[in-house]
Design a protein around this ligand. Structure first.
Ligand SMILES: [Fe+2]
Length: 375
């Protein structure tokens, strides 16, 4: 009898092992729009589709630019944060979601004054408070079912002259605490995390619309070869990326570029889930485009070349003008759904396609636009 009990216990344990790490989470970002700073119709359609089709969803990572924001009008900004939460009501009221339900990160549209930062913390409660001392509730990490998640504030407010309404945001497109990140990831690896997902608003490798910033942050009018300022910025970028590579991070997810894109760089997936309503850009210009610019592109091919050279992109005839040859991207309003299994993570992206030569027009239903597996 005792033997039968032990066998039963072992069976239960092995099933628990098999079914551990079988859960879903979604990644979204950039829902800013014109009414109270939010693109309500698009954001609402996406979350309704997500919740209806995934009753087993556990949480959402929402990676910045939730709202349009305003320059130095904190009361208006606060009202926009509240409005965004109202649009997301169905998510916040869904009882099957866990924790704060939405793990938000700061983009470059939320925090422009110390007051905004205070309001951000006031409205987005329940987020882990284990980040660096000056970044509590803005940079943090958490574990769910043996999987480690890190959310970075990649657009911190610069505590300089608060009366200076121009150029007072010089810490944008940066993450200021690489040591904290390295420690956090090392600890997670030591504890045996099978998968590690890191998210932040800014991407490492721009794919369209923001070649000049992101975490490489080369600036407008960048010339090749890099001068000492650009070299220093690239060194910071490489150092941060190396922390992710050294700790074998599964994927880095971001927003900021209003596109859907994924590629694998140094064994890590960079997944840009860049529009839940913000106007959709076009991808980096390619050689065959010549001096023509597409709608939502900032540079011609010639203007983009110095950036491609500095960032080590595939450029020239027949190349995709991206960091990796396996790049895949779609112009769509979308969300990315991750289904975590013990030995793989299946990723499905659903979205509404944007019409050619427009940034906002769609007559598409929400459909599957990408499907791949991380092993
Ligand atoms: Fe942004």
């Amino acid at each position: 009898m005792k033997k039968a009990k032990i066998v039963l216990l072992l069976l239960v344990l092995s099933f628990a092992q098999i079914y551990a790490q079988n859960f879903k989470f979604a990644v979204m970002s950039d829902s800013r729009g014109e009414v109270n700073g939010v693109n309500e119709p698009v954001l609402k359609s996406l979350i309704q589709h997500l919740l209806k089709n995934n009753p087993d969803l556990k949480f959402i990572l929402f990676l910045g630019d939730l709202v349009d924001g305003t320059w130095h009008n904190s009361a208006k900004n606060f009202a926009q944060f509240k409005y965004w939460k109202k649009v997301m009501k169905e998510v916040y009221e869904d009882k099957s979601l866990v924790g704060p339900k939405v793990y938000v990160s700061v983009g470059n549209h939320e925090i422009r004054t110390p007051e905004d930062e205070k309001n951000f913390r006031k409205i987005f409660t329940g987020l882990p408070q284990n980040g660096p001392a000056d970044e509590k509730g803005l940079t943090y990490s958490f574990n769910y079912d043996g999987v480690h998640f890190v959310v970075l504030d990649t657009d911190p407010y610069h505590y300089g002259d608060t009366k200076n309404t121009k150029g007072n945001h010089i810490n944008w497109h940066k993450f200021l605490h690489p040591k904290w990140l390295a420690r956090d990831l090392k600890k997670a690896r030591a504890k045996g995390a099978k998968w590690i997902f890191v998210g932040g608003h800014e991407m490492f490798f721009p794919v369209g619309g923001h070649l000049r910033d992101g975490l490489a942050n080369l600036g407008r009018g960048f010339k090749y070869p890099p001068d000492s300022t650009a070299k220093a910025r690239l060194a910071v970028h490489h150092k941060l990326w190396k922390i992710l590579v050294d700790n074998k991070v599964t994927a880095y997810m971001s927003g900021h570029e209003h596109l859907y894109a994924r590629e694998k760089v140094d064994g890590i997936f960079q997944i840009i889930a860049g529009s839940s309503g913000a106007p959709v850009y076009d991808f980096n210009p390619t050689y065959d485009q010549g001096d023509k610019k597409k709608v939502g592109q900032e540079f011609t091919y010639e203007q983009a070349l110095p950036y491609y050279k500095a960032l080590g992109y595939n450029y020239g005839p027949g190349k995709n003008s991206q960091k990796s040859p396996d790049f895949f991207g779609v112009r769509a309003y979308h969300y990315v759904l991750f289904n975590v299994h013990p030995d793989s993570v299946s990723v499905k992206t659903f979205g509404m396609l944007i019409k050619k030569n427009t940034m906002t027009k769609t007559d598409s239903t929400i459909k599957l636009i990408d499907n791949f597996t991380i092993k």
